[in-house]
Write a protein that binds this ligand. Structure first.
Ligand code: NAP
Length: 475
């Protein structure tokens, strides 16, 4: 049954003059409507957040922690309902949707804990001759209104990664979720409201990037912008934001190296999940697999067996592995990239076509580094397997990318693993794992075009606070 949602602004649940349909990405049916914000309402939300900040900035840490802890509990109480919403609006297979809710609950739990640790440091003032007889320390203070803009692929946990640390640090938030997946954000607002978050601390404005997004980015009272999404939009945001803090979590064309001494069965099993979970629409989805040519035949055989066993179809089926892509445009784009690769000499070892709204898990062989499926971010269920014989040269091939988010290496040789850590220009190296590994307390973010700054609750809190230094003169 279709549900008409309201949105939370300034502590009130509102409808607006205009609504937007939200569709089930598998069936195409409308399952919800949400209220659309215009520029005026977005400015009102920012004003509410700015007013709320005047008191919330002084809310004691134990109170902030209590609300975050309660939100974490409520997310788990409502886990099945919220997972269903994620499966419907994002097309994410049930088991991964449920994972996302459980991870979001953890993100809030970590934030509840970190809220109590927002301490500063004493400074060794007398390390300078000019600082003698002075007592110095610094504290971290909340910045103010945080403008948060999020993508469609983790409609709950990527919102949680902005909202939970913002609240933990004493900020207030105006959130613009992705237009294709706004309902999870509304459900999170319901949870935070029930958890006792004061009015105006969290506000949700749904609407296009050009109106709502642009208003948030350019408004002088949004003192920090935290954005997760594409390089193109991130680039626009950094140009428009002006003098304010900006965190950008952008894309990647993630690679894993499989050395000849790796446990091939374990590696292949992880690689399949990493390439095809959420139809490859994950910023750290596995896109390039470099396999030592001594073991490529064996690896590919195990890998393809597991790909063929994937269950594709309706994300609401409890045993579904791969659901639909977010929309027809994305499905057609990925199909065009696969066809182009084939025209340039690649061969299809699995998939290579759509089945309804699902693009089948696709494995390419015989690719070259200049094909779009290799050098751009695919953000779809397509992975390429490439043979190599020289380890050092392969590290250079992994690095030969505009991106630098995370990379993986499978080897039982500690020296090779540590060489990879030293040489790879990325924000994270996963040893005996794929680049897709993430838990929510670890620092997460990329180098080069993959972005600026880091998330992961404690690290996001650092990005969402200003340092204030205090010096007491005892001379
Ligand atoms: P997107 O098209 O860049 O959209 C992201 C958000 O930006 C959406 O809310 C979008 O609104 C909004 N937006 C669009 N134009 C804007 C503008 N001019 N000003 C302000 N906001 C604007 O990305 P997506 O397709 O949703 O997500 C896919 C991308 O996200 C991939 O590149 C992926 O790698 C990246 N991603 C990165 C991470 C990470 O942590 N590094 C995690 C997940 C995803 P509308 O929806 O209304 O257009």
């Amino acid at each position: 049954m279709k549900r008409d949602y309201k949105t939370l602004i300034g502590g009130e649940w509102l409808t607006t003059g205009q609504t937007m349909d939200v569709v089930n990405k598998y069936s195409g049916e409308v399952f919800a409507t949400v209220p659309l914000a215009d520029k005026e309402l977005t400015v009102r939300a920012i004003d509410c957040a700015a007013r709320a900040f005047t008191t919330f900035r002084k809310a004691p840490a134990h109170q902030r922690a209590k609300v975050l802890e309660k939100a974490s509990e409520l997310l788990l109480v409502r886990a099945e309902e919220i997972a269903r919403t994620i499966a419907l609006e994002a097309g994410k297979a049930w088991k991964f949707a449920l994972n996302e809710v459980q991870r979001s609950a953890e993100t809030f739990k970590f934030a509840a804990e970190e809220a109590k640790r927002g301490h500063g440091e004493m400074l060794p003032m007398d390390a300078s001759r000019f600082g003698e007889n002075r007592l110095g320390y610094f504290i971290r203070e909340p910045i103010g209104v945080i403008g948060a803009i999020t993508p469609f692929n983790f409609p709950l946990n990527l919102v949680a990664h902005k909202v939970a640390p913002a609240i933990a640090a004493g900020n207030t938030v105006v959130l613009k979720p992705a237009s294709s997946t706004p309902v999870s954000a509304i459900l999170l607002a319901e949870v935070l409201d029930e958890a006792g978050l004061p009015p105006g601390v969290f506000n949700v404005t749904i609407g296009s990037g050009a109106t709502v997004g642009d208003t948030i980015v350019t408004h002088p009272d949004c003192r920090k912008i935290t954005f997760t999404g594409s390089v193109a939009v991130g680039g626009e945001i950094i140009k428009k934001a002006g003098i304010k803090k900006v965190t950008l979590e952008l894309g990647n064309n993630s690679a894993t190296i499989i050395e000849a001494d790796a446990d091939l069965a374990k590696a292949a099993a992880r690689c399949v999940v990493s390439a095809f979970a959420n139809s490859g629409q994950v910023c750290i989805s596995l896109q390039r697999i470099y396999v030592n040519q001594r073991v490529i035949e064996k690896f590919t055989e195990i890998f393809l067996d597991k790909v063929t066993a994937l269950k594709v179809g309706d994300p609401l089926d409890r045993d579904c592995d791969v659901g639909p892509m977010i929309d027809a445009r994305e499905r057609e784009r990925i199909d065009a990239w696969v066809k182009e690769a084939v025209a340039q000499g690649a061969t299809i070892a699995a998939g290579g076509r759509a089945e309804g709204r699902v693009y089948l898990p696709t494995v390419l062989m015989g690719v070259t580094e200049d094909m779009k499926v290799m050098c751009l971010e695919a953000f779809g269920p397509v992975v390429s397997i490439v043979a190599y014989d020289d380890f050092a040269e392969t590290l250079a091939r992994v690095n030969d990318s505009d991106f630098g988010l995370q990379a993986g290496i499978y080897t039982s040789d500690i020296n090779k693993a540590l060489t990879a850590v030293e040489e790879l220009n990325v924000g994270g190296v996963m040893i005996n794992d794929t680049p897709t590994f993430r838990v929510d307390q670890m620092p997460y973010g990329g180098n080069k075009l993959s972005g600026l700054g880091r998330e992961g609750v404690r690290f996001a809190m650092e990005e969402m606070t200003n340092i204030k230094v205090v010096v007491i003169n005892r001379n």
